[in-house]
Design a protein around this ligand. Structure first.
Ligand code: BES
Ligand code: ZN
Ligand code: ZN
Length: 506
């Protein structure tokens, strides 16, 4: 057992966690010849056009039963020549298209299928061509992510759990153990984010997000400081406070700090995440249909807390600070009204035309605060607009940037992590859409280009700091399950953010 579970997520609520959440399944490298592996199931990738498996017994080309198409599953019992009780052949697609993203999905699909059959010990075979740290890491990630279920509040006792997941690399190098640890850290951080996102708004108020952030920070040796309402008033964060004033739940601005052992790095990365624990729309109230999903309006903030959890363990070279403005957007009797004018921390005045465009208001002050705190580069993640779902569906995160180098860094990290992102336009001409006759800018434009006008609003608070905005409204929550992933919270873009920090060079 090379990497025993290190932590179990302390729930922000009282419900005990069971399998499917963090830290239960063992992960390891298995170095024995694969014939000798005594797993309950051996998972073997099969490529399109592959004529036979290592087990000879299956004539893939002729039977027509197995094509090798991506994620096709064939379970064999009592395969000849192996100690394992079952062999699961999993389609890996075309060999020239196979990469770590494909393996991550393959591992997740295999795990979910075998778990549904109550299989306990799984071993996934890596071909010699793929016996590298990157692939081993992706396999472990895929398994841990696939294991996640958003079913904490189901009380039936028939939940299944997998005990162990091994990556089989006969005679594999010692360095592969590190890859397994890295995969576990990343996937657990992502599942931690998913758990937070999945919490309903009666259980996860801004105060509870604070509790979860503080607990995570103290567990991993990070500093955590929280601004409360009176401090925000003193700082002039009226854009944020205006959103909070319609709710009985007090707002909070969480700051989580990671500092590398070696100081003196020039860059300081700021991660800013939208933490609206529930978005009713406020006085510009949303229709009832589908409103229950607005519990995931804090997914950007949860991603930053999850990313900091992994960053604390993997220790990148540069300082990283997360800022999470947390509010509940409610239409209480003190709620802000359409037409109200608020004065943001930066000094700009904003006419609040639509109280449902609240994310940009809280992010405006959080971005200003992050700049004042010395961040030289900023990334924000926010479930900001329905318009990004219209533009890109549920496949790609919408990426907006005021700096090409920063855009390319984030796109590069996203590609390496298999989190799809698409760069959107952000010319200053779009500023005209937000003109107000009464204030410096309005908080909404018309219906046209809704995701871009939201981003151009934020750009005016990022000012000159190199900045990337990630609109995750379409990707933070999946309504349909995938073979490798449960429905519900996705945990995007945790892995991209961690890689961005880890690969920072200057
Ligand atoms: N939280 C929503 C955006 C959203 C929509 C997230 C769908 C997840 C799924 C955001 O606060 C919002 O309400 N945006 C408005 C902006 C509009 C009033 C300009 C929207 O997109 O409709
Ligand atoms: Zn809204
Ligand atoms: Zn919102």
């Amino acid at each position: 057992m090379e990497s025993a579970p290190k932590t179990i997520l302390q729930s922000v609520c009282d419900t005990p966690l069971r399998s499917g959440t963090i830290g239960w399944m063992q992960t390891m490298i298995e170095r024995k010849p694969l014939e000798q592996i005594e797993a309950d199931a051996l998972v073997v990738p099969v490529f399109e056009g592959q004529k036979e498996t290592r087990f000879g017994a299956v004539d893939l080309a002729d039977s027509g039963e197995i094509s090798g198409k991506s994620l096709e599953l064939t379970l064999l019992h009592h395969a000849p020549g192996v100690a394992a009780r079952r062999v699961l052949l999993v389609g890996a697609g075309k060999p020239e298209k196979f990469d770590t993203a494909e393996l991550r999905k393959l591992a997740g699909a295999a795990l979910r299928h075998l778990k549904s059959k109550s299989v306990k010990r799984i071993a996934l075979v890596l071909e010699p061509d793929h016996a590298s740290a990157g692939y081993a890491c992706a396999a472990v990630e895929g398994a841990i992510l696939g294991d996640y279920e958003p079913d904490r509040y189901k009380t039936e006792d028939d939940k299944k759990s997998v005990e162990s997941f091994a990556v089989v690399v006969p005679g594999g190098a010692a360095s592969l153990n590190e890859a397994v640890d890295r995969g576990r850290i990343l996937a657990e951080a992502q599942n931690f984010t998913r758990d937070l996102v999945n919490e309903p708004a009666n259980r996860l108020t801004p105060a509870k997000v604070v509790e979860a952030a503080r607990r995570m920070a103290s567990e991993y040796g990070l500093e955590c400081e929280v601004l409360e309402r009176s401090q925000m008033e003193a700082l002039g964060m009226n854009a944020l406070l205006g959103v909070a004033q319609g709710s009985a739940e007090p707002p909070a601005l969480i700051e989580i700090r990671y500092r590398p052992a070696q100081p003196g790095f020039k860059a300081h990365l700021g991660l800013v995440g939208k933490g609206v624990t529930f978005d009713t729309g406020g006085i510009s109230i949303k229709p009832a249909d589908g409103m229950e999903k607005m519990k995931y309006d804090m997914a950007g903030g949860a991603a930053m807390i999850g990313a900091m959890r992994a960053i604390a363990q993997l220790r990148p070279p540069l300082p990283v600070t997360a800022f999470i403005p947390c509010v509940e957007n409610m239409p209480g009797s003190r709620a802000q009204r359409p037409g109200d004018i608020v004065s943001a921390m930066s000094g700009k005045t904003i006419e609040v035309i639509n109280t449902d465009a609240e994310g940009r208001l809280i992010l405006a002050d959080a971005l200003t605060y992050a700049r004042r705190k010395g961040c030289t580069h900023l990334v924000d993640a926010a479930t900001l607009t329905g318009a990004i779902v219209v533009a890109l569906g549920h496949l790609n995160v919408g990426l907006f940037a005021n700096d090409d180098a920063m855009r390319d860094r984030v796109l590069g990290a996203a590609k390496a992590e298999g989190e799809r992102m698409w760069a959107m336009p952000l010319e200053d001409d779009y500023k005209d859409y937000l003109k107000s006759p009464f204030a410096d800018l309005a908080n909404v434009g018309g219906r046209a280009g809704g995701a871009v006008t939201a981003a151009i609003f934020l750009k005016q608070f990022a000012e000159e700091t190199p900045w990337v905005h990630l609109d995750i409204a379409g990707t933070a929550w999946l309504d349909d399950c995938k073979p490798y992933q449960a429905k519900g919270p996705s945990g995007v873009p945790v892995r991209t953010l961690v890689r961005l920090a880890m690969e920072w060079k200057d």
